[in-house]
Structures are given as C-alpha cells and as structure tokens.
Design a protein around this ligand. Structure first.
Ligand code: SF4
Length: 308
C-alpha cells in the first residue's frame, strides 16, 4: 500500500469537499451540530436506513432535545419514541447514556473520545463520528462506506469478488485519519460517507464521475486493464420474505403492542403471534425482559419499563 503524499492528501480533500458542497446529501440530522443531537443520529444510524432515521430523529430529538430530557423520562417513553427504528435495545442504551451524561459530565456530551466510548451503546465508530461532526476534531469515523472508499483509493482493493487481502482495519483507520481535512472534519466525514453511498458503490463504482479518481489506485489499475475487473452480479430470483419468521420480527411486534398501551398499562402474552408458538413468544418476552426493554409482574403480565 502506498499512502497518498501530504500534497496529494490536501488536493484529494479539497476535491472531495468541493464535490460535497454541490452533491452531498441534504439530510435532516446534518443540519444540527449539537453534540446530543449528533449522538442520537449516530446511534440511530448504527442499524437503520437513512430515510427512516431522518423521520425518527426529528421526532425523537423534538421529544428529548437534551440528555436531561431523556434521562428524566421513563425507559418506556424512550422505547415509544423509538418506534419505526427497530433494534429497540438502542433506546434503552441511549437512555442509560443520557443518565451517564448527567451523572458524570454535568449534562453535556463529553468531547473526549475515551469518555464518549465509555457511554452505554457508544462504540469506537460512534465516538469518532460525534468527535468529528459535533466537536470538529480531525478523527476519521470509518464506517462501511468509508472503509471501501479509502481501501480502493490507497490500495486498489475492495472490488466485487476481490481475491486480494483486505487492508487491516488499523491500516484503513490510519489512512483515513491522515486523509481527513483538519479544517472541515464534519464535512469531510459526511462527504466520504456520501461518496461511498452514491458513487463508490460496492459492485458498480462510478469512477468516471468520481472526484477522487485522480488519486485512486483502484481506478488507475482498472485503466490499465483491457477487461473490466467488475463482474455483473448474477441474477437472483427474489424470494418471499421470511422476516416474519425471525425472532427479531417477533420481538418488534411485542414491543409494538406494548407501545400502544396507555401509560403504565400491563399486558399478557399467552397466545401465538404470527407463525410463532406460545413457547417462542414466552422466550421472546423473557429475552426482552433480560435486555431491560420490558418488566414483568408476579402474575406474568408485562409492560414497558416505567418509573415506580
Ligand atoms: S475513483 Fe472509483 S474506486 Fe476510486 S473512490 Fe472513486 S468511485 Fe471509488
């Protein structure tokens, strides 16, 4: 791997940011640099598509505009406001993070990487994203898109069916940290994500229209080959969705039913749900309880966690 020289990195960042200024995605949650709102958006984006996050983020941050607002609400309220995002454990973790921000940091999201990573539900990627986007520090948050873009630019790896060794995560992180623009870390992060999502796609990178082409090892190596290295994905016959048979679907339906109850309402789950037997429903309820997403009473009824 030959990392770009300092001069090339400066030129590359300038080209990337110029592209972003015209072509970057205009997403609702990018309008705010408030650390709490950025943290909420990054937690939501961990496992949910951008379009769904946009809608939910507006609703959630309207309901809980500060860590204090969420920390003083019940877990049940947090889970209700998480509707439409899935993976409801993130709502519980975010509620715990808000409480930790109040107790350890006086109500302000910390601007320190280690302190951020110490918050419930916040891993290295999310901590770096908040640090770059909200606090303007030049640390790269390497998500799937950025990993692919940087891997292709610096090493020419990452094409579909690539038989070569992928770069180590540490090498991608180091290259990304070296490439981020120290003057516009937030925009650089958004720009690199957008290039990966809209131009440098996994199986069909649009190198002809990419602002990084001049510095990209992948594009250079393809220029030298008479045959394209990308192969079309074989046609796959769509199969009927089996999502309704998964435990994730079942857990989501149980939480949905509890969300619809009036405050502090209890419910029993004694019947099958969809294709899931009574036993599987009981196992899902037990798992949700263990995750802190609901609470049980001695009579076997459950509800979303509520303050006592
Ligand atoms: S030139 Fe092609 S491979 Fe390189 S970053 Fe752009 S789209 Fe990706």
């Amino acid at each position: 791997m030959q990392p770009p020289s300092l001069r090339d990195r400066v030129s590359l960042a300038a080209a990337l940011l110029a592209w972003y200024d015209f072509h970057g995605r205009n997403l609702a949650f990018r309008a705010s640099g408030d650390p709490w709102r950025v943290l909420v958006s990054e937690v939501m984006l961990q496992q949910t598509q951008v379009a769904r996050v946009e809608v939910a983020w507006v609703r959630f941050t309207g309901r809980f505009p500060t860590p204090a607002a969420l920390a003083t609400a019940s877990v049940a309220d947090a889970v209700r406001a998480w509707a439409g995002l899935g993976y409801n454990r993130r709502a519980v973790a975010l509620h715990r993070a808000a409480t930790a921000i109040i107790e350890r940091h006086g109500g302000a999201v910390p601007d320190d990487l280690a302190a951020l990573e110490d918050l419930p539900g916040v891993g290295p990627y999310t901590a770096r994203a908040v640090t770059a986007i909200a606090f303007g520090r030049p640390v790269a948050a390497v998500d799937t898109n950025i990993r692919r873009v940087v891997g292709r630019v610096v090493a020419g790896h990452g094409w579909a069916g690539d038989p070569g060794l992928p770069l180590a995560a540490s090498a991608i992180q180091a290259a990304s940290d070296a490439m981020i623009d120290p003057g516009r870390p937030a925009d650089w992060t958004h720009a690199a994500m957008d290039i990966g999502a809209t131009v440098c796609r996994p199986r069909a990178p649009d190198c002809a229209d990419c602002p990084l082409r001049t510095w990209c090892a992948f594009a250079r190596s393809n220029d030298l080959r008479p045959q394209p290295r990308l192969r079309a994905r074989p046609a796959v016959r769509p199969r009927p969705s089996s999502f309704a048979g998964t435990s994730r679907w079942l857990r989501g339906r149980i939480i949905d039913r509890l969300r619809e109850l009036p405050d502090d309402g209890w419910m029993r789950f004694d019947d099958p749900i969809g294709v899931h037997s009574t036993e599987r429903v009981a196992a899902a309820v037990a798992a949700l309880s263990a995750d802190g997403l609901l609470e049980c009473d001695p009579e076997g009824r459950v509800r979303l966690p509520s303050p006592t």
